[in-house]
Design a binder for this molecule. Structure first.
Ligand code: FES
Length: 110
């Protein structure tokens, strides 16, 4: 499977259904589809945390754990939770088909 579906949900419940290429990052998909709230100011460099999102179970558990750089930057994101990830650090694979990510309100408003 080279393509999977990914859903971004906004704070108001609006959903963005996207087709994603395996090997791309979740940030790539958001930017390619103009998803509000995934700002990605650093362009995927893991230095800005404006690509923060919450990943729904069971997809969250299928993603390899965050590296120390991501953990360090996530500390500066708004509303960090157990299922927080930086979208630029999530590489999409076939077993992430159907992944749902929630976009924080603070990013959507910017
Ligand atoms: Fe900057 Fe992800 S795009 S940390």
């Amino acid at each position: 499977m080279n393509q999977i579906s990914v859903i971004f949900e906004q704070p108001n419940g609006e959903e963005h259904h996207c087709v994603a290429r395996c090997g791309d990052t979740l940030m790539d998909v958001a930017l390619d589809n103009g998803v509000p709230g995934i700002v990605a100011q650093c362009g995927g460099g893991c230095t800005c945390c404006t690509c923060h999102c919450w990943i729904q179970s069971p997809w969250f558990e299928r993603i390899p754990g965050a590296g120390q750089d991501e953990i360090d930057i996530l500390a500066y994101a708004w509303g960090v939770a157990d299922n927080s990830r930086l979208a630029c650090q999530v590489v999409l694979t076939a077993d992430l088909d159907g992944l749902r990510a929630w976009v924080p309100a603070q990013q959507s408003l910017n």
